[in-house]
Structure formats: C-alpha cells, structure tokens
Ligand binder design. Structure first.
Ligand SMILES: Cc1cc2nc3c(=O)[nH]c(=O)nc-3n(C[C@H](O)[C@H](O)[C@H](O)COP(=O)(O)O)c2cc1C
Length: 192
C-alpha cells in the first residue's frame, strides 16, 4: 500500500491580497493521490539572531520552534513567493534562515517545490534562481521541472480566488507529482 505523504506550503508574501498566497490556497485541489497539505505562515517569526538560536529547540523563540517542528513533520515543502528586488523576500529568507541551522535542521535533504505568481511577466524568475543556491547549501531536493510561474496574475484568478488558467493547473499538477516522486525516492520517513 502506498504510504501517505504530507506537504507543507508557505507563501513569501504577507499582504492580504497576495497573488502568491492565492496561488498557494489553490494547491490542495491539485495534489496527487495520497498526499495532504497544510499551509503555514512565517508572520510571527522574529529577526534571526544567533544568540537566540540554540540546538535545543525549546530555547529558540516559540514561533521559531513551532515553525521548525511543522517543517520536521512534513515530507516536502512548497514555497510560493514573489520576488523582491530580484531576489528572495526578506521575511521568507529570515524564516528559512531560522529553520536552516543545526544538525537537526528540518530543511536538510528536504524535497522542495518552488512557485511564483507575478502581476508582470518575469517576476519570480530571479527569486527562483536565487533559491537554488539556498537549496544547494542545505542539500535540499528541488523539483527542477516543470517550473511554475503564473505571469499576469491579475487575469488568472476568478473573483473567489480560484485559479482559472487550465494550462497553469496542469503544470502545477505535474510539478506536485514530481515532488511526490522525489519524496518516494528520498531517504524515507521524514514524517514524525
Ligand atoms: C519590496 C518589493 C520589491 C519588489 N521587487 C520586484 C522585483 O524585483 N521584480 C518584480 O517583478 N516585482 C517586484 N515587486 C512587485 C511584486 O512582484 C508585486 O508586488 C507582487 O504582487 C507581490 O506579490 P504578492 O501579490 O504575492 O504580494 C516588488 C514588490 C515589493 C513590495
């Protein structure tokens, strides 16, 4: 019997009307079989400070400990983010930095998928490229293809926030299917 797989998704944008958060909330309907998904936020995470970062997670700020425990409990991570100044948004990078430290980092070797939505055409491309250096350092297992970029995002969602671009949905389904495949090929049992 196929084992159950759990994804966690995070948006790189905190604003209420975020296209990226909207895209993230469309993903549960596009998941492969036997996969569930939970959405978490980095909104409460303080600025990284190594003085407050100790291997015993109970000594880390509570929001950081919760964030790290959530990541430890999933088989794969999905990041849906805009680009800020051609790179990774600071809040998102800060949360990733908090999760990245120590031999108990829940990001090490974690399968990961990256997506972006932009009101323009090329937004998120440079954020996606910038993330690959982070994935390399943490020995993460990214889905390389198909890449997911929802351009002209203002035209791609209906009034209820549903993604209405069928071609984009197909690309996302393929991407998430590859993420599931990476989980199945990866060293097993990331779930606690
Ligand atoms: C600080 C900041 C930097 C930005 N830098 C870029 C950029 O480098 N490239 C780009 O295409 N758009 C850039 N934008 C515009 C964002 O793509 C746009 O605001 C987008 O809607 C943000 O994503 P969201 O809708 O998920 O919040 C920037 C926006 C902000 C607030």
């Amino acid at each position: 019997m196929e084992r159950h797989i759990h994804f966690i998704g995070i948006s790189g944008s905190l604003r209420k009307g975020s296209f990226n958060t909207q895209l993230l909330y469309n993903l549960p309907e596009l998941l492969p079989e036997n996969v569930t998904m939970e959405i978490i936020s980095f909104a409460d995470i303080p600025l990284y400070n190594a003085d407050m970062d100790t291997p015993a997670s109970k000594e880390r700020p509570p929001a950081v400990a919760v964030f790290r425990n959530k990541l430890a409990s999933c088989d794969a991570l999905i990041i849906v983010s805009p680009e800020y100044n051609y790179s990774i948004p600071g809040g998102l990078k800060n949360a990733i930095d908090w999760a990245s430290r120590g031999e108990d980092s829940p990001l090490l070797k974690k399968p990961v998928s990256l997506m972006g939505a932009t009101p323009g055409l090329w937004g998120t491309v440079r954020m996606q490229l910038a993330f690959h250096a982070v994935f390399q350092f943490l020995n993460m297992k990214p889905v390389y293809k198909p890449e997911v970029l929802i351009a002209k995002a203002k035209d791609k969602f209906d009034e209820k926030g549903k993604l209405k671009d069928e071609q984009a949905k197909d690309i996302i389904r393929k991407n998430l299917d590859h993420l599931k495949q990476i989980v199945n090929q990866n060293e097993p049992h990331y779930s606690t």
